[in-house]
Design a protein around this ligand. Structure first.
Ligand SMILES: Nc1ncnc2c1ncn2[C@@H]1O[C@H](COP(=O)(O)OP(=O)(O)OP(=O)(O)O)[C@@H](O)[C@H]1O
Length: 274
């Protein structure tokens, strides 16, 4: 199963944002989408999902996603948005059940097995005790976990996640990365947008880097792409960079102990580093 993007271009009015993006996202692969603020990552997701009319093509196993009805797309592709507010007083369980909606036939409501599936993912994200609370009363990180739970409940071949760890504590960040890595190993195709180069190095199979002009700058393994040269080019204000295998805090099951780590060259001495 391959999500294939060819020549994807998009502009907001007369302001071009994406320029000729070619990308293949394959089953079994955890791929990072890496790039500066405003480079068009969220816009790319919205184009892939058919929320924005764009140039070029997006196909899933040869089928043009633009020709499918939204419910058909939602059966195959799940999406965790970067930000989400909901004006209605949905409970946590209601929010996660929305992930099951594309799988329900006609006007039927959720079945017992849908509720059980949602309870299982709420248990996984550590929010089982909060299932009957109103979504809008949760903290930012808890809301992010609910959106991730909704995507897991949706149970799709392709997962598109837009900065899913941005509001999460270190423990939950590692849980999300391990979960998406396991989903990829189980045969799903996963694209995760992140701003953290070290997480790309630690967890991902592949990374595509989007530059400020809305063009892909690189596509390859993390060790090929996340170089001090590329990071300096994307983020010139950081200044000089160095790499290190001196990893102070990294889970044992990541690539960290054997992988270069990207660090600012002028760091505080080790004794005061966190
Ligand atoms: N609805 C919109 N109307 C007009 N311009 C927009 C709209 N949404 C985004 N943009 C602009 O398009 C560009 C790309 O935005 P986008 O949100 O895709 O970037 P991003 O890479 O996801 O950024 P970030 O890392 O900050 O989330 C930015 O310059 C942004 O200001």
């Amino acid at each position: 199963m391959t999500l294939r993007v060819r020549g994807l271009s998009f502009a907001y009015g007369d302001r071009p944002v994406l320029d000729g993006i070619d990308l293949d996202l394959r089953a079994g692969e955890l791929c990072a989408l890496f790039g500066p603020n405003g480079s068009g990552k969220s816009t790319l997701y919205r184009c892939l999902l058919g929320h924005l009319r764009h140039g070029g093509t997006v196909t899933l196993d040869g089928t043009d996603l633009g020709r499918l009805r939204p419910a058909e797309v939602a059966r195959r592709v799940s999406y965790v948005p970067q930000q989400h507010t909901n004006p209605f007083p949905f409970t946590v369980l209601d929010m996660v059940l929305m992930g099951r909606t594309p799988h329900l036939g006609g006007v039927f409501g959720p079945r017992r097995r849908d509720v059980e599936a949602c309870d299982r993912v709420l248990e996984q994200v550590g929010l089982a005790a909060d299932r009957d609370r109103h979504y809008h009363t949760l903290s930012g990180g808890q809301r992010q976990l609910v959106l991730i739970a909704r995507a897991l409940a949706q149970d799709c071949d392709v997962l598109l996640l837009d900065e899913p760890t941005a509001s999460l504590d270190f423990g939950n960040q590692m849980w999300v990365w391990r979960t998406v890595r396991d989903l990829a190993r189980a045969g799903r195709a996963v694209l995760v947008c992140t701003h953290e180069p070290n997480h790309v190095l630690w967890f991902c199979d592949r990374v595509v880097a989007l530059g400020r002009q809305g063009r892909l700058l690189a596509d390859g393994t993390p060790r090929e792409v996340v170089t001090t040269d590329l990071v300096t080019r994307l983020y010139p204000s950081v200044g000089a960079l160095t790499t290190s295998t001196d990893v102070t805090v990294a889970p044992a099951d990541t690539h960290a102990p054997v992988t270069d780590r990207v660090l600012p060259a002028h760091r505080p001495p080790a004794s005061v580093r966190p």
